[in-house]
Design a protein around this ligand. Structure first.
Ligand code: ZN
Length: 503
């Protein structure tokens, strides 16, 4: 499905829509409706269970979403979290410099000074995308954080968090104190972050407010060795920077063991890359051949990242691969910056008595773009049907409950709804329209199971108390009693955990 079609469908079914829609929408802001909220919530739960579940020493916290100015000064965001913008001298429209230069310089303008970018504009005689004149200004840096008054006007400043990572770095000393005082220590956070993008676009891919799910793992680089027996023989679709430079566009399959044995990646990094890959394949259900692990070259990645692979997925709606997550080896950059900024010693004592400023491995994911990717890969028109083939444990509504006749079968269906809910299976009651229409609504919502209550369910006879279960993907129907129904449905709603032998 094309991006427009997919968005129209999601909007029509109330998954999501532009914020302030009656005012024409607010660029880069979206509201989630009941189905979108439900799906995002399940996605968040799945992420947490998988990644925080990797170790007994990984924890989730819930930090505030406002950062005092001293924090973003120390982290470098105040100075460096910028994009270059250019203004048109004729029509006064403003654009991102890399966007207007995209045709001439597809590799982007990262690392170039405003003056150098200005020279490119002149060299290529770049025209204003709005009015076509060649009067674009010399670019100027534009900070993407939203700054707000903190307390009375004219007092302190604070910033809406541009990423959840900073809060986890700030939490490290406290978490060290309240925890086992041992490395590795993982601090996970899922929260809203805010970026004043000059040009929000591609629906959920460049937003001004979005949800990040990040795990920051603090570790000792000389001893960190997660047991990776369970992933050692896993072939990973690697697209290394070296191969890309040599003109190769297709990933090559390399096992985790080979990545480590050949010295390509340290074991701790390869392990976390592998479990991230498995999250996409085994939990979110994306086909293995749609995923690639894209290495950022030293020119493309931030200077403090020692190793960076993006987890990319091929999306039909956006016509190519898009980044959905990443694994960053950040060295001791973050704690060094905050030790300087706060003038606190953030080093810890290792088991063998050394003082060490822990290194950080960051696993970062955008939940909104991952929700879009689920719709892109799993929502399809199949003949007459539009079906959202979500794994059952991600479905916003796991079960639809349909009394064939409102009056005659409604009461039985209501009672069944209560029993199912009591057993941990939320069921959506729908008695409007034909059964065919109700199936169609459930298919679009991603509901994996539909249960119909009919005459036999309530009449005396051998089928009293039984219902018809219809499965979304196979359309197979089977007549079951309550226990049989529960035995079929409940196990499919359990969220997967990372392999136990990996701990
Ligand atoms: Zn213009």
């Amino acid at each position: 499905m094309k991006s427009d079609e997919l968005f129209a469908l999601l909007r029509r079914r109330g998954f999501l829509w532009p914020s302030a829609e009656i005012y024409g929408g607010a660029q880069g802001l979206f509201d989630y409706g009941p189905l979108g909220w439900g799906l995002k919530r399940r996605l968040e739960d799945a992420w947490t269970q998988w990644f925080v579940g990797l170790s007994d020493d990984y924890y989730r916290i819930e930090p505030a979403e406002l950062l005092p100015e001293a924090v973003v000064r120390a982290s470098g965001h105040l100075e460096h979290f910028t994009d270059l913008e250019v203004a048109c001298g004729s029509c006064h429209s403003v654009f991102r410099a890399d966007t207007v230069l995209e045709r001439y310089r597809p590799e982007g303008v990262d690392g170039m000074s405003p003056e150098q970018v200005g020279e490119l504009l002149t060299t290529y005689q770049v025209r204003c995308p709005s009015c076509g004149k060649t009067e674009l200004s010399v670019p100027r840096p534009f900070n993407m954080m939203f700054g707000v008054d903190f307390g009375p006007t004219g007092g302190e400043r604070a910033y809406l968090a541009p990423e959840t990572a900073q809060a986890s770095y700030l939490a490290f000393p406290r978490m060290w104190e309240v925890g086992r005082k041992a490395l590795p220590l993982g601090i996970a956070s899922v929260g809203k972050v805010y970026r004043n993008e000059i040009a929000p676009r591609q629906v959920l891919f460049r937003m001004r407010a979005f949800t990040q799910a990040e795990l920051q793992i603090f570790f000792d680089p000389t001893t960190f060795a997660p047991p990776f027996a369970s992933v050692a023989s896993e072939p990973l679709p690697m697209l290394r920077a070296e191969r890309r430079t040599a003109g190769e566009a297709a990933p090559e399959l390399v096992t985790v063991r080979d990545l480590v044995d050949t010295g390509l990646l340290p074991a701790f990094y390869a392990y976390h890359l592998a479990v991230s890959y498995r999250f996409y394949r085994d939990v979110l259900g994306h086909p293995a051949n749609s995923i690639r692990l894209y290495e950022k070259s030293d020119k493309e990645r931030a200077f403090y990242n020692k190793i960076q692979y993006d987890i990319e997925l091929h999306l039909d709606s956006l016509g190519g691969y898009r980044e959905l997550g990443a694994v960053h080896y950040r060295g001791d950059y973050d704690l060094t910056r905050h030790a300087q900024g706060s003038r606190k010693d953030l080093s810890v004592k290792t088991e063998d008595g050394r003082r060490l400023l822990p290194h950080v491995l960051e696993l970062t994911f955008g939940l909104d773009r991952n929700l879009w990717a689920l719709a892109d890969r799993h929502l399809a028109v199949d003949g007459e049907r539009t079906v959202f083939r979500l794994p059952p444990y991600l479905a916003p509504v796991p079960l639809g409950l349909f009394p064939l006749l409102k009056k005659e079968h409604g009461l039985f269906a209501r009672e069944l709804q209560h029993r199912l809910q009591g057993a941990g299976v939320p069921a959506d009651f729908d008695d409007a329209g034909s059964i065919g229409k109700r199936y169609a609504r459930a298919d679009e919502a991603g509901t994996p199971f539909a249960v119909t209550v009919d005459g036999e369910s309530v009449a005396d006879g051998p089928n009293r108390g039984t219902v018809t279960l219809r499965e979304r993907d196979s359309k197979a129907q089977v007549r079951l009693g309550f226990e049989g129904l529960l035995a079929r449905v409940a196990p499919t709603l359990r969220l997967p955990s990372a392999p136990v032998d990996a701990r």
